[in-house]
Ligand binder design. Structure first.
Ligand code: PLP
Length: 344
């Protein structure tokens, strides 16, 4: 597959904005910077941030075992996903393929960009219907979004089916791994060398505990990353975000401990939920939430809200009738949730 043929001609021809910090990358200490119209008085954020976030990328690269040239950072994965759509999909002509029930942003971003969305529901066991996906896609289907572990179902997709899609789908396959740190499966980012059409996204918003700083990560071939770099806003990751991310990522043990605790909480919540008589099903989860089917989702959602517990009602999503999504909280929060559920 030649990725070049999938890129929009407008984007291929684009000459990117060249920022002051792109044009001159000297050593900071002994230089006088009069090139970017910044306020010269130091306050920690008076200078523009590094447009390529080299220091942060080096930390991520070391942590994840992926070269910096295969990494692009975004203002949350939502920005990364938007950039990927704008790189490959021509407005009012191309389409993306999504597999509901799944993360809502793929379709929203497609709509914002005037891109058609083709939805092919997951199977009853929440797995991709590979043959149907391959048969339904057409020459304008530029991107297939696979969310694994999937939100809101919580399960991971079969490795064989994902591999078949990577081999046979004639466009870009974006694997959204927002929840990969809660899963036993290995990240698909380890397979970049095998699949030129593979793009993997991750985020610091979930396991890493930094939803507030907005940092999304994209792993792809150098060919794809270099084009995404061309179209991203020059200073898309602000200075405070870069600093805070470096600080937190240098404490990997803390995150590992939190993940371990959340996984053990997930296990005990799952067991407790199974004992409740209005809970019809507790779906297995590879993420930091569980999806449950109850007798009446709207009723249970409102009852919990009245008791001050906010969860996500997913009953209107395909295959999710009467389903609720519960995020795993602290041990105390989870105990309160369970005791309130038992009292209903
Ligand atoms: C939460 C979530 C994200 C994270 O998006 P950010 O913009 O990085 O916060 C991405 N994908 C899925 C499936 C999610 O559930």
């Amino acid at each position: 597959m030649d990725i070049q043929n999938l890129i929009r001609p407008t984007i291929k021809a684009l000459k990117p904005y060249s920022s002051a910090r792109d044009e001159f990358k000297g050593k900071k200490e002994d230089m006088i910077f009069l090139d970017a119209n910044e306020n010269p008085y130091e306050n920690g954020v008076n200078r523009y941030p590094d447009p390529q976030q080299w220091e942060l990328k080096k930390v991520i690269s070391k942590l994840k075992g992926i070269p910096t040239d295969n990494i692009l950072l975004g203002n949350g994965s939502d920005e990364v996903l938007d950039l990927i759509i704008r790189m490959f999909c021509e407005p009012n002509r191309d389409n993306i393929i999504i597999l509901p029930p799944t993360y809502g942003m793929y379709e929203v971003l497609a709509n914002v960009n005037a891109i058609e969305t083709i939805a092919i529901q997951l199977s009853e066991s929440f797995q991709p219907k590979t043959d149907q996906i391959l048969n339904t896609s057409n020459s304008n289907s530029k991107i297939l979004f696979l969310c694994t572990p999937n939100n809101p179902t919580g399960n991971s997709f079969s490795i064989d089916e994902v591999e078949k899609l990577l081999n046979q789908f004639k466009g870009i396959v974006v694997i959204d791994e927002a929840y990969i740190d809660f899963s036993e499966q290995e990240s698909w980012s380890k397979q970049l060398h095998k699949f030129p059409n593979l793009v993997v996204t991750q985020t610091l918003s979930k396991a890493y505990g930094m939803a507030g700083i907005r940092l999304g990560i994209c792993y792809a071939s150098e060919d794809i990353i270099s084009v995404l770099n061309k179209i991203k806003p020059p200073y898309n990751i602000n200075e405070l975000t870069q600093q805070k991310a470096i600080e937190q990522l240098n404490k990997p043990n803390l995150v590992a401990e939190q993940i371990e605790t959340l996984l053990s909480e997930r296990k005990s919540i799952t067991e407790s939920l199974k004992t409740l008589d209005f809970v019809v099903e507790v779906y297995p989860s590879d993420a930091n939430f569980v999806l449950i089917k109850v007798d009446d989702a709207n009723k249970r959602y409102n009852q919990l809200m009245e008791k001050g517990i906010i969860i996500r009602n997913r009953t209107n999503q395909p295959l999710c009738e009467n389903c609720l999504r519960l995020t795993i909280g602290t041990s105390e929060e989870n105990q309160q949730l369970i005791s309130i559920l038992k009292s209903l």
